[in-house]
Design a protein around this ligand. Structure first.
Ligand SMILES: *Cc1c(COP(=O)(O)O)cnc(C)c1O
Length: 406
């Protein structure tokens, strides 16, 4: 018996989605190509150049350089690697809001850098005073998130760029999820808006490409030299990617999706997804749940654990944030009809909203990057009291909850 992949009709937890038909078709056609060996596979290599051109256009980078990664994780790891290679201190630090993605913990562990987590403010954005207090001469990289995994928030990217410059650090923007919706908002998030050095922006999330298609963009191509190694047995002579052989399917599907959808198709999708998120937020608010206002197409709400479990048992794929909020990502496959069915099930299954009528307020930071364990370790390096209050060591792999299912 042939096993079929899951349907998307009850998937509300994922940051991936059904690929656009043109992306699916392109992925199939280029399945057996390897952009990791551009000398031997020139057609897919040319398509990768096109993908980077397109990503640059989306992210406000006139002369873009980068490559199509396996996803946001690889792009983030590589950005940290670039910063580490550029840095001259013995143990470089990476300063990131606690809303940052858990892939930076992998980066810190792999690369031997010290990950410092700073708190977010009342609206789940990087707290700039805390970032200022935490960033110092040992800081090689600041991370800002443009579309956080848990709440869809956009950090103050221009201000983070200024802080980075003041301590001679680089700025990486993680727009892995947000990069394909932010162009249609008023947010300052890209290379054109701020002094951004590197960025993660993933076609396989809101870009509607097939997995695996992430993106690493760098401000100037010399930054890629920090990653390059010699490749004696290939037709090409050096390689900047983390993986060796990689799928041309993701590359080709990313180009096909962007050709088809940038910008009008993505704008329409953003408008539809955002309207769905706002509809769901209103529906949940009307039922007495505390809802975090969706700034991008992602809704978080305080739903009791028993209700959450009942919805799961009814077949809904849903996830929770590190502070146990229900989290629903309004991806392209998520229709109004699906959300209406979800709310109808909630009405049937839901108990009393636990905190009905109380003020929406962020709970104390009891969890780390997208659900990881923060465990309140004070800053290990410095003696300033300021730092121990604002920075926490996040390098230890924590107990990631199911908040980050993507
Ligand atoms: C999804 C996500 C990632 C990780 O991307 P993968 O493609 O799963 O490796 C990184 N950062 C953010 C903000 C994300 O939402």
């Amino acid at each position: 018996m042939q096993i079929e992949p899951q349907a998307f009709d009850r998937v509300l937890s994922s940051m991936c989605t059904e690929p656009h038909p043109v992306a699916r078709e392109a992925a199939e056609r280029f399945l057996a190509t390897n952009p990791g060996d551009p000398g031997t596979y020139p057609a897919i290599s040319a398509l990768e150049d096109e993908a980077i051109e397109r990503l640059g256009e989306i992210a406000g980078l006139a002369d873009p350089a980068g490559y199509v990664t396996s996803g946001g994780t690889e792009a983030n790891i590589q950005a940290v690697r670039i910063a580490r290679e550029r840095a001259e201190m013995a143990t470089p630090t990476v300063v990131m809001p606690e809303s940052g993605h858990f892939s930076f913990q992998k980066a810190a562990t792999l690369l031997g850098v010290d990950l410092q987590l700073v708190p977010t403010d009342d609206d789940h954005r990087a707290d700039l005073d805390a970032v200022r207090a935490c960033a110092d001469d040992d800081t090689a990289l600041l991370v800002g998130v443009a579309g956080t995994t848990e709440y869809g928030r956009v950090d103050p990217i221009p201000e983070l760029g200024d802080i980075a410059q003041s301590v001679d650090a680089m700025l990486h923007v993680d727009a892995a999820w947000g990069g394909f919706v932010l162009p249609f908002t008023d947010h300052d998030w890209n290379f054109d808006h701020a002094s951004v050095d590197t960025m993660a922006i993933d076609p396989h999330k809101m870009g509607q490409a097939a997995v695996p298609a992430g993106g690493l963009l760098v401000q100037e191509d010399t930054l890629l030299d920090e990653l390059a190694v010699d490749t004696p047995y290939l037709e090409s002579t050096s390689q900047a990617t983390l993986t060796g052989t990689r799928s041309g399917a993701g590359v080709a599907s990313a180009v096909a999706a962007m050709d088809e959808l940038w910008p009008a198709g993505y704008r329409e999708q953003y408008t539809r997804s955002q309207a769905n998120a706002e509809w769901l937020a209103d529906a949940l608010t009307a039922r007495g749940y505390d809802v975090v206002t969706p700034e991008l197409p992602l809704v978080a709400a305080d739903v009791p654990a028993a209700t959450f479990e009942a919805l799961r048992d009814a077949g809904w794929r849903i996830s929770r944030t590190g502070t146990d909020d229900l989290r629903i990502v309004c991806m392209p496959h998520v229709t109004r009809k699906m959300l209406e069915a979800f709310v109808a099930d909630l009405d049937d299954l839901g108990g009393q909203p636990g905190t009905a009528g109380t003020e929406t307020s962020p709970r104390p930071a009891e969890s780390g990057p997208a659900g990881a364990n923060l465990n309140s370790t004070p800053h290990s390096g410095g003696s300033e009291t300021d730092q121990s209050r604002t920075c926490r060591n996040g390098s230890t792999p924590g107990s990631a909850g199911d908040s980050s299912s993507d």
